[in-house]
Design a protein around this ligand. Structure first.
Ligand code: GLN
Length: 379
């Protein structure tokens, strides 16, 4: 078999979902909701099955989907996005990120990745033959050092991967931090590939700033995102790339030969969501803010140490006090004996970190209460 398949393991995040199922644990590992998507989207999905959407859509996305997405994102990103030349619809942002890497890097190129990072980027780098340069984010605020970042840029990377808001640490990059990244990207002529799937889950008073909207950055930014988290449809696998035409044209080719296209009926049904008014996104944020507060309060009552996320729906928990040698072993025991699924923190850090685990709170309140109840067994 190929060397590249030997260079990474299966996804620990996805593996922990299987472990949770095996032990009947409340699954707070892989981040996805257990509540229903918006009714309007589901109603439209039922209708779509009787309409003519059963064959391939245009490879880079159905016209209706791209037009609706362009209207929504133009407003948010503060520039007029061309639905024909600047959007590629993909099978989840997982494909968007992989396609983005294959579009901008050559084998042997370096890519800057902040650590902790979302697990996929390691495998994406290996599959595309790129070599990650890791730049640490320092807790508790997960700040980076300008010097360390510039040192990474001096190694002439082809791209920087920016997950904002960050999975797993919940960091929302400030305007100043983004400006600094932009200044260095310009100085060292580097692409920036963003992963902004939690763009609508940013807790007040933090604000999401699209990297592509920074002065001069549009031309070098490949913005990747997804409908999974925003409309609670992770199983639909709908994501996209937004980029200037010269990048989008190359990404279209990569995407075409990777997957041909995202599911046509699902794209059509999702158009309903893309056309929601602002109220929907406000409600979504209120819902997640309440879940975050509920869950953090529960952990506090149990005297468990956690990070407070500024965005996304993950928290890192310090497990040092429980006396385990490895976070993997802790997570296995947690799923088996306590009945809660978590992801070992070591899956997200370049550094040797084995005292953290990641939990997520994108669950119904009764699921969160059940998880907290079970976690009290740790005490
Ligand atoms: N983003 C989610 C997580 O980190 C899951 C994504 C996935 O498994 N594709 O858990």
């Amino acid at each position: 078999l190929s060397k590249r398949t030997e260079a990474f393991t299966d996804s620990v995040i996805r593996r922990m979902t299987r472990v949770s199922l095996k032990y009947g644990a409340v699954n707070l590992s892989q981040g996805f909701p257990d509540f229903e998507p918006p009714k309007e989207i589901l109603d439209r999905l039922s209708e779509v099955s009787n309409e003519d959407y059963h064959q391939y859509s245009i490879t880079w996305g159905s016209q209706n989907f791209r037009e609706a997405l362009a209207v929504k994102q133009s407003r948010l990103m503060g520039r007029k996005i061309d639905p024909n030349g600047e959007i590629v619809v993909t099978c989840g942002s997982t494909e968007a990120m992989m396609a983005a890497m294959l579009t901008v890097t050559n084998p042997g190129d370096k890519v800057i990745v902040f650590s902790p990072f979302y697990e996929n980027y390691g495998a994406d780098a290996i599959l595309s033959g790129a070599e990650p340069i890791y730049v640490p984010l320092y807790p508790p605020e997960f700040e980076f050092s300008r010097d360390e970042l510039e040192k990474a840029f001096k190694q002439k990377p082809k791209a920087l991967i920016l997950c904002n808001p960050s999975n797993p640490c919940g960091k929302v990059f400030s305007y100043e931090e983004l400006r600094l990244i932009a200044e260095l990207a310009e100085k060292y002529d580097t692409f920036v590939i963003t992963d902004e799937v939690y763009e609508h889950i940013v807790y007040k008073p933090n604000k999401h700033i699209y990297f592509a909207s920074l002065p001069g950055m549009w031309e070098r930014t490949v913005s990747c995102s997804s409908l999974s988290k925003t409309y609670s449809i992770t199983g639909w696998r709908l994501g996209y790339i937004i980029a200037p035409p010269y990048i989008a044209a190359a990404a279209k080719k990569v995407h075409d030969f990777l997957t041909v296209g995202a599911a046509a009926p699902l794209q059509e049904a999702a158009v309903t969501g893309l056309k929601f008014s602002d109220g929907y996104y406000e409600q979504l944020l209120d819902k997640y803010t309440a879940k975050r507060d509920l869950f953090l309060k529960g952990l506090e009552d149990l005297n468990i140490n956690y990070t407070v996320p500024q965005g996304a729906y993950y928290i890192l928990i310090d497990i040092s006090e429980f006396g385990f040698d490895s976070d993997l072993e802790f997570c296995e025991t947690l799923a088996r004996d306590v009945g809660v699924g978590a992801v070992p923190g070591s899956s997200f850090f370049r550094e040797n970190v084995n005292h953290l685990i990641r939990l997520h709170f994108a669950k119904r309140d009764d699921t969160l209460f059940e998880a907290l109840n079970r976690l009290s067994g740790l005490r």
